[in-house]
Design a protein around this ligand. Sequence first.
Ligand code: 9L3
Ligand code: MG
Length: 152
Amino acid sequence: FVLKLLQRRGNAVRSRVLSLGRAPVVVAAAIVHKGHLLAQQRSYPEHLAGRWELPGGRVEAGETDEAALIRECVEELGARVTVGARFGPDVPLPKGYLMRAYAATLADGDAVPEALEHLAVEWVPVERLAELDWLDPDIALLPELHALLTET
Ligand code: 9L3
Ligand code: MG
């Protein structure tokens, strides 16, 4: 038992050490369902409230990008996603963070994502993609999001 505990602590320390010197990452999910992209409207902080973004958030120490995306989507939308291919550039964020985007689908296609931490959730067709007031980092992904919605 004690050995197990030490091993677990060792793993936690190791992942912390391995993440040192690497830019901290914010992951974002482009959830596509029936040709529509899920966009959510931020409720905080005040200067971002009302603007739209892909779901996601910070990758925690020892967490994979995929696990972070699944966790964030459950927290924000109450729905589990299946994470697909990474796409687009790593977008620089304030405080040295990098935002990294992945294609995703709903693990349960009948699930109805809800705005648990946001003002609203919308399924956006490709024709309306450019109409939303996206966050600056998400604007950098618009060409790839457009491609993602038209290629399938
Ligand atoms: N951010 C920008 N676009 C996104 C996401 C998921 C996040 N699609 C930025 C907004 C915040 C920071 O990353 O400044 C951390 O995100 P969160 O943890 O507040 O969701
Ligand atoms: Mg978030």
